[in-house]
Design a protein around this ligand. Sequence first.
Ligand SMILES: NC(=O)c1ccc[n+]([C@@H]2O[C@H](COP(=O)([O-])OP(=O)(O)OC[C@H]3O[C@@H](n4cnc5c(N)ncnc54)[C@H](OP(=O)(O)O)[C@@H]3O)[C@@H](O)[C@H]2O)c1
Length: 265
Amino acid sequence: MGSVMSGAPERKVALITGASSGIGRAFSEEYARRGIDIVIVARKEPPLRELAERLESAHAVEVTVLSDDLADPETPDRLFQALAKQGKLVTHLVNNAGFGVPGFLCEVDWLRHRACLEVMTAAPVRLCHLFAPAMKKQKSGTIINVSSLSALLPPHAGGTLYYPVKSFLYQFSLALRAEMRSEGVHVTALCPGFTETNFQNAAGGTVESVAVPKWLWSNSKDVAKEAIHAVEANKAVCIPGFFNRSIATAFKLMPGSIGRWIVRG
Ligand SMILES: NC(=O)c1ccc[n+]([C@@H]2O[C@H](COP(=O)([O-])OP(=O)(O)OC[C@H]3O[C@@H](n4cnc5c(N)ncnc54)[C@H](OP(=O)(O)O)[C@@H]3O)[C@@H](O)[C@H]2O)c1
């Protein structure tokens, strides 16, 4: 981290949301491997406890388990207060929790849409709002917002909410980065493509994933590692995988009408 962490407190602490599986679990493993204490958040407590036990004995780090539901608007404040009580200062924040919402807007239950908005827009923003001031004060810290390659593709029917939500998180991340530019705090938007996790199962399988060849899938360990390198290097955006980067560039360069036509097909 070099100069980024020069004013940092002695013990670094990474808070990772959605750590009970997939990319969040991989982030937790990678930070613990680097000797950084971690705070892991998700709804399911047993996988968090199992992860905590394993990482504490493997890496001699302190792991704090906070199982909570980020669809509840009060959760970010509850997490902040719990950590303040323990005197923990978050130096690395990973806003990773999320899930897919396949289906047309009117056919999906409103509570699912509302949870999607809460977990992937309001919660990450509030967590930044709560934890970034101390990072600013320390003139050091990192924030990774887990968006998606979807954020860089034209929206399409059937992903009516997920694509715009991930676009919001992507834009928010870039704006926050600009705000933090002179504050010593690094902010990166992570835009993974198809990654082998529980995501597809949790979403009930998506139309796109059925046709995606095996070689196109990334593994969550590589994604987390690449994202941490990117935020350390103060990169605005991290798109893991050459193919994913090529797709993003191609859609950026082509006229919007052609992009929408391709995605519709
Ligand atoms: N896998 C992909 O192909 C892919 C591609 C692009 C972007 N992403 C993004 O990557 C992030 C991680 O997803 P993943 O692929 O690792 O999927 P995953 O294996 O299903 O993990 C999702 C994590 O989010 C947590 N979560 C979901 N709803 C939550 C809630 N209401 N409150 C707290 N935690 C909640 C889950 O824990 P609990 O169920 O225990 O709460 C789980 O730990 C997501 O933001 C996703 O949109 C994934």
